[in-house]
Design a protein around this ligand. Structure first.
Ligand code: SF4
Ligand code: SF4
Length: 303
């Protein structure tokens, strides 16, 4: 946060007076520390900020360590302390310098730019402008990757790759993005100077090469034909959730092994069927999310 604050103040350059308060001293210190760190710009389009919240849940290292010590976060609307013209100028300065990593959260409306305006400008324009000078674009979360929930609205939200043509795009779907996927991808790109190996949907194979179903702890129940149809029946605890609309068989992600909240739990272990949030067809074609298998079969391809 202070990194973003520092950038917001940095645009005033040499005319800025010497630090005279603890806060200013901290900003100056953060500015000095930011020198040489990889610059990151984080844009938000049609989003709920859930992917930002997920990023803040990163544990090792902590989000504060990442933001303050590992990267130079130049622009992030909810996290930066700077605002208005100061923040926008910080963004312009960073874009002019180029060579930054661009993280995008949220979809881009394809039906009409007016569905997503930031500072009086179409978000689409801002994205296209920022993507040109970026070394890599990371589409964080289902909305930025493939349109997600905004894709099912009249705005017809679409993913970043539909608007970014000459910069590598890495898609990290899931609703929200898994913070470990995001952090590991940032580190990979910084270390290897290239994006990781991707599947045909632009997702890193290191996270998205197997179906949820093939790694699921309830697969034995599936194969035994034990399908849960009553969440209130203790005898069905641990049974396969296919009858409750589980999209695990058609969804590629490492959720069953990576899990959430520091490995404490994940969707299916918590009794919720996979909603297919890592797939390009989420949300529109995965809905209704909790439909019985007979209803979902035609859409999700469940047997
Ligand atoms: S259908 Fe869903 S709950 Fe059942 S085994 Fe596959 S992934 Fe697990
Ligand atoms: S289990 Fe399914 S719904 Fe849950 S996060 Fe993974 S892909 Fe998304």
């Amino acid at each position: 946060m202070a990194g973003a604050l520092a950038q917001g103040c940095a645009v005033k350059g040499g005319s800025r007076p010497a630090p005279s308060s603890p806060t200013q001293a901290k900003v100056a210190e953060t500015l000095r520390a930011a020198a040489g760190k990889p610059p990151v710009v984080w844009l938000q389009g049609q989003d709920c900020a859930g992917c930002s919240v997920s990023f803040l849940n990163v544990e090792q290292p902590s989000a504060a360590d990442v933001i303050l010590d590992k990267i130079s976060l130049r622009y992030h609307e909810p996290l930066m302390a700077g605002s208005g013209l100061v923040a926008e100028r910080a963004l312009r300065e960073t874009v002019r310098a180029g060579g930054y990593m661009l993280v995008v959260e949220g979809a881009i409306p394809s039906a009409d730019d007016r569905f997503c305006m930031v500072g009086g400008r179409a978000f689409r324009e801002i994205l296209e402008e920022c993507a040109k000078g970026a070394s890599t674009v990371i589409a964080a979360g289902a909305c930025a990757a493939f349109g997600g929930i905004p894709g099912a609205t009249p705005s017809k939200g679409r993913g970043v790759a539909a608007y970014v043509k000459n910069t590598p795009v890495v898609n990290l779907p899931q609703c929200p993005v898994h913070h470990e996927h995001l952090l590991a991808t940032i580190v990979y790109v910084l270390e290897h100077k290239q994006v990781p190996e991707l599947d045909t949907h632009g997702r890193p194979l290191m996270f998205f090469s197997k179906t949820v179903h093939d790694q699921c702890e309830r697969k034995a129940a599936y194969e035994a034909g034990n399908y849960l149809n009553d969440w209130n029946n203790p005898a069905q605890a641990g049974w396969c959730l296919a009858e409750k609309g589980c999209k695990g068989p058609v969804t590629y992600s490492d959720c069953p092994t990576r899990k959430d909240n520091g490995g404490v739990n994940w969707c299916i272990a918590a009794g919720a069927p996979c909603q297919g949030c890592a797939e390009p067809t989420f949300y529109e074609e995965m809905a209704p999310l909790f439909a019985a298998r007979t209803l979902a079969r035609g859409k999700a391809g469940l047997a």
